[in-house]
Write a protein that binds this ligand. Structure first.
Ligand code: NDP
Length: 477
């Protein structure tokens, strides 16, 4: 701790101990720009040491019931510190305080569900006796931990998305080497102490900090890492897959999420939810609504209502309860969003509301008169911008939703059963949300995309399947 500034310097956490380093990074409050913590910059030998101890820790038994107890204690401790950790998240991410406290609660729930799953990891009976010549045999499967899991996490929901990896990995009996995003590591660093206080055996969870292009890559290079679980951008996801070789990889990547509002939809509900779910965390959410397709019969009143709801949103200090939208993670990101919107406007799009930047703040923005090939439609904008277009036929809108390299989630507002069934069959995504936007998620559901949105599912039960290996045992009678 630096006594003059009360800014804590965090070391690396390896084999149950903090290790200070001589080179450290500053972590900034994204609104006040003050330094809120310092983090160690790991070297390659630190990464290798973390992996070594993670591997060694697997030799000491850690029973499913003990895993349950530790994870549950950690969930309780997170809840008890919800206000404090919520404020830290608001500082490091720049996300409004209410959303941050909500993230702490969700992270606690993710750990709680992981704890419960630790007690019910099971295989299945396999009817080998039904094969001719095997009548005297019996078989069943069991799931075993995969070993050392490297977890690399993004900046936008750093606590809960980290718990989605660490919770299931530990519940499954693995050890973890964790690398959080450089810009938002503080809530994760606090979590390390919470896990130690909850009684996690040393070496089961190790933390290394530093940049993805150094520390992340050294982690990928170490062949004692048995699996890599990553949440982040598609370009880094692709790089990780290329480096992983034959090892298992789980990738939770981006999306340019679509939501369809059909002609029979509840206008009030759909427009209000679309406005909310386009701009949460300044649009820096992987299932943030980016493309809204509205049936031409209700386009005008929908747009009026969505604009009205959007214009109510207040930009400001994330710590202020009235604030709906804080700064983006960096001014450079707001500049990127500004450039994409200006490019679309130059190509004929109409800025219905928003469209202005002030430092790292970007106003919630609705664009119309877009074409599907503009960058704001085709790529992941990851900012507070949504495009609203019309459609006439069901076939046309389904084709346009599918005309994307991504496929994480999509939303559909309608009570038309035939259209719903058609959408279930034909929209190519990991999750289709009926009568809500693409932005719906609860933490125990299977969550993960198709196409360039990734491979593998999260949600503790499903992540545990990814993080275990199934072995068949065959008895010859
Ligand atoms: P990045 O891909 O930039 O970073 C994610 C993590 O990967 C960070 O810890 C980063 O380190 C690390 N990293 C960067 N380069 C490498 C590398 N060469 N090797 C290994 N690790 C590396 O993503 P963002 O943090 O910007 O997050 C935004 C993206 O995440 C969006 O595309 C979003 O859609 C996606 N996302 C997906 C979710 C899902 O569940 N599908 C949920 C949330 C976000 P560092 O930044 O410290 O250098």
């Amino acid at each position: 701790m630096d006594s003059k500034t009360s800014v804590r310097t965090y070391g690396l956490y390896i084999n149950g101990e903090w290790h200070e380093k001589s080179v450290n990074n500053d972590v900034f409050n994204k609104y006040t720009k003050e330094v809120m913590a310092r983090t160690a910059v790991a070297e390659e030998e630190d990464v290798n040491l973390a992996v070594k101890y993670a591997k060694e820790s697997l030799k000491t038994p850690f029973s499913p019931y003990d895993r349950y107890t530790v994870l549950l204690k950690a969930a309780t401790a997170l809840r008890a510190r919800q206000d404090e950790i919520g404020e830290i998240l608001a500082g490091e991410v720049g996300k409004p305080l209410a959303e941050c406290k909500g993230e702490v609660e969700r992270a606690a729930l993710t750990l709680e569900v992981s704890a419960e799953e630790a007690k019910r990891i099971h295989g299945e009976g396999i009817p080998v006796e039904s094969a001719p010549g095997s009548e005297q045999r019996q078989a069943f499967t069991r799931r075993f931990p995969i070993g050392v899991v490297a977890a690399i996490t993004p900046f936008n929901a750093p606590l809960n998305l980290m718990c989605h990896k660490v919770g299931p990995a530990l519940a499954a009996g693995n050890s973890v080497v964790l690398k959080p995003a450089q810009t938002t590591p503080v809530s994760t660093l606090i979590f390390i102490d919470i896990m130690a206080e909850a009684g996690l055996p040393k070496g089961r969870l190790n933390l290394i900090t530093g940049s993805g292009s150094t520390v992340g890559e050294w982690l990928l290079k170490n062949q004692d890492v048995n699996m890599i679980t990553f949440t982040g951008s598609p370009s880094v996801g692709k790089f990780i897959r290329e480096r992983a070789g034959l090892r298992k990889v789980a990738l939770e990547l981006g999306n340019n999420s679509a939501t369809i509002v059909h002609k029979d939809a509840d206008l009030e509900k759909s427009a209000t939810l679309a406005a909310q779910k386009s701009f949460n965390n300044a649009g820096q959410v992987c299932i943030s609504v980016q493309r809204v397709y509205v049936h031409e019969d209700i386009y005008e009143p929908f747009l009026v209502k969505m604009k009205e709801e959007t214009e109510k949103l207040i930009l400001g200090d994330p710590m202020d309860e009235a604030t709906d939208i804080g700064p983006m993670i960096a001014e450079s990101e707001a500049v990127r969003v500004e450039n994409w919107v200006n490019e679309a406007a130059g190509q004929g799009a109409t800025v219905e509301t928003g469209g202005k930047r002030d430092g790292a703040f970007y106003q919630p923005t609705i664009l119309t008169n877009v074409n599907d090939d503009m960058k704001v439609c085709r790529q992941e904008i990851f900012g507070p911008v949504v495009v609203v277009s019309t459609y006439r036929s069901e076939d046309d809108v389904i084709a346009r939703v599918n005309d994307s390299e991504f496929g994480l989630q999509a939303g559909l507002f309608t009570n038309d059963l035939a259209f719903t069934m058609k959408a279930i069959n034909e929209i190519h995504v990991g999750g289709l949300i009926i009568n809500d936007t693409s932005g719906y998620r609860v933490d125990h559901m299977p969550y993960g995309g198709v196409k360039n949105s990734g491979t593998g599912k999260e949600g503790p039960r499903y992540a545990i399947e990814e993080m275990t290996e199934e072995k068949i045992i065959v008895f010859n009678g």
